[in-house]
Design a protein around this ligand. Structure first.
Ligand SMILES: [Zn+2]
Length: 140
């Protein structure tokens, strides 16, 4: 899909809209994911600090270091997942924007024989109008 988007963006945008039934939107979940990953990494730094402190008192802290490593790896994996999702969302938004721009010159039917101009929102466009009477843009 990503390769198709790079090689043939228009075909990819249509394919993308068919494949994606739900739009990926990271506005809310993205910040929560980032916060969780930062907490995990912060927690692992805290555990590392604790292990370092306990080592000063000649205590065995190998298990604590392992725990810190697990938290670091988990946080890093979460950050990686977030990065991949952000790339997917950016590609999806680009495909949707291209699809919208491609459709802009086609007036949208709104009932009662009227159409809406996709450039300016003029709702008094008639079937067969070649130019919008408000914004003077060409219509298909
Ligand atoms: Zn218009």
């Amino acid at each position: 899909m990503i390769v198709l988007m790079i090689l043939h963006p228009q075909a990819a945008s249509i394919t993308w809209l068919v494949v994606m039934k739900h739009k990926l939107n990271l506005n809310g979940p993205g910040s929560r994911l980032l916060g969780t990953a930062m907490l995990m990494i912060g927690f692992s730094i805290l555990i590392h600090g604790l292990a370092w402190l306990l080592e000063r008192f000649s205590l065995r802290v190998a298990w604590l270091k392992s725990l810190a490593l697990i938290w670091t790896v988990a946080g890093a994996i979460l950050l990686l997942v977030l990065a991949v999702l952000l790339v997917i969302e950016a590609l999806q938004d680009r495909a949707m924007d291209m699809s919208y721009r491609k459709q802009r010159s086609h007036p949208m039917p709104i009932g009662n024989g009227y159409y809406e101009c996709q450039y300016c929102g003029n709702r008094m466009v008639h079937k067969g109008d070649r130019i919008c009477s408000v914004c003077d843009r060409e219509l298909d």
